[in-house]
Design a protein around this ligand. Structure first.
Ligand SMILES: C[S@@+](CC[C@H](N)C(=O)[O-])C[C@H]1O[C@@H](n2cnc3c(N)ncnc32)[C@H](O)[C@@H]1O
Length: 268
């Protein structure tokens, strides 16, 4: 399997936990704050992973139920282990073929998934199929094109300074539609009304440089794929450049920010 594809698989477990899941757990409650949905919904969640948004839905929206779907058995096993709330249930399935009946839920939500779904229009059409008339459809993705995920932007700036070809490999090039205009357009093209798209920013505080650097060796996605393909000397140059340029505080911590775009709309 080519490196890029292997690293796009978003594997469950410690790798994802240390690289991205710890930030998605900060983001999910902020998304619910912004959304401020009515209580008593039957929710469907698309691409639950290890359950960051599932937990936020259960803890913050007073739902009747949350059916959480993911294509990965590993992620589903992790989510089932972490979340034992009886209102939650987990099913294997993909965004483009949701394993639920037509008009069977009040709201559909998805966190950090639509960027990696190959057929986003089909995914939105599926969300419309399963939600009841006037139901809520909502999702969020990281603002990669706007450089909103500062730890990734810093990584790629350093990589590109050392290797200009790295400029073509970043998340901004892979996911160019993750902009306010691109995501609003996606929701409108799917026929949603009352569409709003807003930024949500979270602090990403790293304990020390190792806490910043080591996850690139473990993680998934374009940055981790690039790291994995570097020879040891190039890896060391990149590590040194980052260490020299990051805003490392006296206590060793590195405080950056990560921004996502959150979208909500109403199904006809
Ligand atoms: C970055 S993780 C996000 C997980 C979780 N929602 C969160 O916020 O932490 C992406 C998830 O999307 C899932 N996924 C990948 N392709 C998918 C598809 N076609 N349909 C639905 N989910 C998909 C992966 O298995 C993974 O669990």
């Amino acid at each position: 399997m080519p490196d890029q594809t292997r690293h796009d698989a978003w594997q469950a477990g410690e790798t994802d936990e240390r690289f991205m899941a710890r930030w998605s757990r900060e983001l999910a409650p902020r998304f619910i704050d912004w959304l401020n949905p009515l209580p008593g919904f039957e929710w469907l969640e698309v691409g639950c992973g290890s359950g960051a948004l599932t937990e936020a839905l259960l803890g913050l929206t007073v739902p009747v139920s949350v059916v959480a779907v993911d294509p990965s058995e590993d992620f589903l096993a992790l989510a089932r282990e972490r979340i034992t709330n009886p209102r939650a249930s987990f099913r294997k399935g993909s965004a483009e073929a949701l394993p639920v009946a037509n008009t069977s839920c009040d709201a559909v939500g998805s966190g950090l998934v639509l960027d990696i779904v190959p057929d986003r229009a089909k995914a939105l059409a599926e969300m419309r199929r399963v939600v009841r008339p006037r139901g809520l459809i909502c999702f969020y993705v990281w603002d990669y094109p706007g450089g909103g995920v500062q730890f990734l932007r810093t990584f790629w700036s350093a990589a590109t300074a050392l290797d200009p070809q790295a400029a073509d490999l970043g998340e901004d090039r892979r996911f160019p539609f993750c902009t306010q205009e691109g995501l609003t357009g996606l929701a409108l093209a799917a026929g949603l009304t009352d569409v709003t798209c807003a930024p949500i920013t979270i602090p990403t505080v790293f304990r020390d440089f190792a806490d910043f650097w080591q996850p690139f060796a473990l993680g998934t996605g374009p940055a981790a794929a690039y790291y994995a393909g570097l020879a040891p000397a190039a890896r060391e140059s990149l590590r040194q450049r980052l260490q020299d340029r990051l805003p490392i505080a006296e206590d060793g911590t590195i405080t950056l920010e990560a921004r996502a775009w959150a979208v909500q709309g109403i199904s006809p």
